[in-house]
Design a protein around this ligand. Sequence first.
Ligand SMILES: [Zn+2]
Length: 560
Amino acid sequence: MPYDLTEEKLEEIKDVNDIVDVVGEFVELKRAGTNYKALCPFHNEKTPSFVVSPEKQIYHCFGCGEGGDVLSFLMKHNNYSFIEAAEYLAKKAGIKLEHVSKKETKKKNTLYEINREAGLFFYKNLAKSKKALDYFSNRGIKTRLIKSFGLGYALDSWEALYNHLKNKNYKDEDILKTGLIIGRDKKQGYYDRFRNRVIFPIIDTKKRIIGFGGRVLDNSLPKYLNSPDSDVFYKGRNLYNLNNALKNKDINYVILTEGYMDVIKLSSFGYNNTVASLGTSFTKYQVKLLKKYFDEFYIAYDSDKSGIKAAIKALNLFKNYNIDAKVITFPDNMDPDDYITKYGKVKFKEKINNASEYFNFLDDYYSNIYDINSNKGKVEYIENFLHNVKNITNSIERELVIEKISEKTNISKENLLNEYNKKISKKNIKQKPIRKNKDRKKAIRDLDLGSYLDKLLDLASYDDELFEYILSKYKDKFTEIFGNDFHINYKPKENSNLGDVEVSTDELDFLANKILIKDKEKRLLVLRESLNKDPNNEELLSKINKVYKEINILRQGGIN
Ligand SMILES: [Zn+2]
């Protein structure tokens, strides 16, 4: 039976097998700057021209031209087939490769069915709820849009959806897997995840409902709630409205926004080619997904501080894949929804035409924060700008951007390059792959969970509601990791009206998620150590596999 080698699985296998480690098993590597060098195993030579790059995770021989990634190395060097190479790497990392089975497909289909049924239920509820209809109409969402996006409403009830699905004869365990219900803590039974929220179904490119987003009707927290990741829903690997964005084959550009409402509003003005990430920050998988379908990319995030920071991150992520995305900016802390509602389609089109390219956007941003007429400001401008430049994979382009920074600041290009190279080599020392047992032990110590928790609680303390939010959502998990008293020294800060500190629940979730991931990574390292001593222990392997899966879910933004 064939293995279920999806693109995701291959990514996972490659992600955890550092090419330096794998090639190093067969070839004696020596460090040379940021790379490693060796005598080429594929042709005869006396001086090394075979280079392995940990940064790019590739190898290349300047003598014979051989090159590729960790999989192609094994295929060429060990004469493995593609499957054998993947098998070898998976085994090395304790990842279990699963066979494609009919049972799996059937199980997934059941989850799609349940989601579909729930989507219909939400949709029908909306027609009967005046306050939810009012919410949409106040935001300019007309019946036509409600229909085309399948918008809905989750009743203000603990079990309405659960009972509805039970009546349709779905099993508890299957409904639970969709994340639509949550098991009760002490008592038996389940309750609905989405209650008293307007609902945005998330539909994949095969027209299946894979998950839901739900927004409160007032200002309570959390403002948005999403389905957790499941066997059919990976937040970090899907995009809201991609299904519709692909319908018009003549349009080769896509607009990336932060919110469901932005997407719906822009669509209503004819911009169907708009997508949004799903309550997590934009990921490399989403870059790859968009790259498959579009040639031009526009980032249209909120113009507040956190929106601009997110835009910089997304811009750099595109650059990692050699893509020139552009950023559309809005005045006065507006988001795309606000802007198009106030100024209309023609003005919005102008915004698209005037979108900023990489250098200009960053230049505007940093020039605004730092006064480059002062020495201090100039240094900070350069430092921060160069920090982004490492994301440019094309070396010629990198040089061009550095040239522009030089023109702007009157600092010579040589000096800037020097500074840039220092930054890069620092980064590489930090990212040195974990190799030996000794290093692994050190790595365990370096996973400093406590300082993350401090940061999280400190931020949450700015606001009663945020503090409550964190406690209600993560108390059990954090108690498991840190013990009962983890929050005892933190209290909501008295009389604090956030001032210029901006804290969003997203940000807190992000930090909390980091803590959960780090905790699991710690466990993984310990398990791997044990596996080293007892390589054939099946039980350990399956534990490792399980923790792996959990980490992956967390990495994709699944918190629940
Ligand atoms: Zn060679």
